[in-house]
Design a protein around this ligand. Structure first.
Ligand SMILES: [Zn+2]
Length: 118
């Protein structure tokens, strides 16, 4: 009986409420992001978000886009640079180049979400 009460208490502690939409999310499905204010600021701290709100967290999306532009451009030049510079743009490039930008975006977003997971 006492064990059940204790495990129930642990269960309630494993849920977090999203600071943006108010939805409860289970263990491993809530994400904590640092507030975009300098350290020592009175409003400094963390904001808790559910998975739906976390994937739309603007500072994370902005960073992932920057990573995608930098890394995607380097990878495109490495992989398709000779074709692009020669001016032989073929049909495969219409899916290869966008995909080359998507991969670093997804990897950066996945890494950020994994690090902020609670
Ligand atoms: Zn939410």
């Amino acid at each position: 009986m006492e064990e059940t009460l204790e495990s129930n208490l642990q269960d309630t502690r494993q849920y977090a409420t999203c600071d943006q939409c108010g939805r409860d999310s289970g263990k491993g499905w809530s994400f904590a992001f640092k507030k975009p204010v300098p350290d020592g600021h009175p409003d400094a701290g963390e904001v808790i978000k559910c998975s739906r709100c976390a994937v739309r967290h603007r500072p994370m999306v902005r960073r992932s886009i920057i990573v995608a532009v930098v890394v995607g451009t380097i990878l495109t030049l490495l992989n398709q640079g000779d074709v692009l510079l020669a001016g032989h743009w073929n049909d495969a490039m219409y899916w290869k180049v966008p995909l080359t930008y998507c991969v670093p975006f997804l990897v950066a977003s996945y890494g950020a979400l994994t690090n902020s997971r609670r």
